[in-house]
Design a protein around this ligand. Sequence first.
Ligand code: PLP
Length: 470
Amino acid sequence: MNSNEFRDWSHRAADWGADYRAGLRNRPVRPDVEPGKTFRAIAECPPEQAEAMDAIFADFEAKIVPGMTHWQHPRFFAYFPANAAPVSVVAEYMVSAMAAQCMLWQTSPAATELETRVVDWMRQALGLSQDFTGVIQDSASSATLAAVLTMRERALDWQGNKAGLSAAPRLRIYCSEQVHTSIDRAIWVAGIGEENLVRIPTAGAHRSMAPAALDKAIEEDRASGYLPIGIIACVGGTSIGGTDDINAVVTVAKRHGLYIHVDAAWAGSAMICPEFRHFWAGVDGADSIVFNPHKWLGAQFDCSIQFIREPENLVRTLAIRPEFLKTHGRDGITNYSEWSVPLGRRFRALKLWFLLRAHGLEGLRAMIRNHVAWSAGLAERLRRERDFEITSEPMLSLFSFRHVPREGTDSDDHNLSLVERINRDGRIYLTQTRFDGRVVIRFQAGQFETTEADVDQAFDVIVELARSAS
Ligand code: PLP
């Protein structure tokens, strides 16, 4: 591709993107395709000769786009959002064009320094203490892994990476049953073992870890010869928004000298609104916090911020400095690859900078407040219907419900089939979870372009399809 063609195709891609976004409401949110359809549509062997861009582009439109789930669709109410505000897409275009590998300060000084600045902007925006600094990781899973590795090394006097775990005491980490599976994975990968992730019973509407039970579990483990190393608390768990009492958990952690990591991957974005900060009161006492601006806030995937109280512990855990990665003659620089598991890093700060400047915190707050209010409104409307039950109360913009089937019909089967029929219908997209042993349906409003009318349409679709099968 020569530079004129590059210019031409970049313009065409930009036009395509703008048309795509403008036309999303007319597409089904999730495609109704059978597994294998796209795979079969793609040539079995790679081309030996160059193909014309027109043909490649035509195939993209004909074979790929119809098989995509449209995460930027205004009626995407499934999972959690992965918002890419148009301004962050524009920034990503520049990032792709420069294609810098930002592993060290010297491999992209501006990317490193912008990252330091925007992470601090976000710290201020969330109302976090000045004691935190941070880094942009690729995902919350990576941030949690980095936190778990730091817990491990800190507890083993920095010998785990060298000596391995075979001669170490059995390490223990504590969490509730509401945490995301990325916590399980971090425990597996860190060599700590699933059996040593202790699930503390929960209580209350938000299914918070019971602090007394947490305290007791730590005491008992110590008495039995285990080595407790840390606690992972959650604010806004994926299933129904499970949220720990961070103040209480921090108090227990401090009493036992444990490291505490808070997973607020989704809910963290809402903390730009002061009125929601009570959900993580006490968070300034944490050692590590993760939140994903690529979820609700609108910074195109991937963009996950890990705030850390003592970055030297993280760096001591992860930094490796072979000669070929050294920067000589520069003092006081930060090499962010020493703060994360992968060496290579994308320039993720640019889209966050563009996003925060183009929308301002007030613009982003307005979006989040609307989502929370519209979601609460939908929960109330469903609650008033005789054949619906709200199974978990709204946590920010997430709640769960079930449709109560006719006598003699299994509720789980009925609700699973309802979700599938809703998603095949394509007007809205929802996902299910299991809560208190039953299949329930999750609803979250969080997409950047969602309007109140879209949430009203969700009510109509849910009620129509639930009743058509009862
Ligand atoms: N934590 C919570 C609460 C989540 O909801 C998710 C994903 O939805 C994650 C962690 C993992 O996020 P990531 O995909 O950035 O690893």
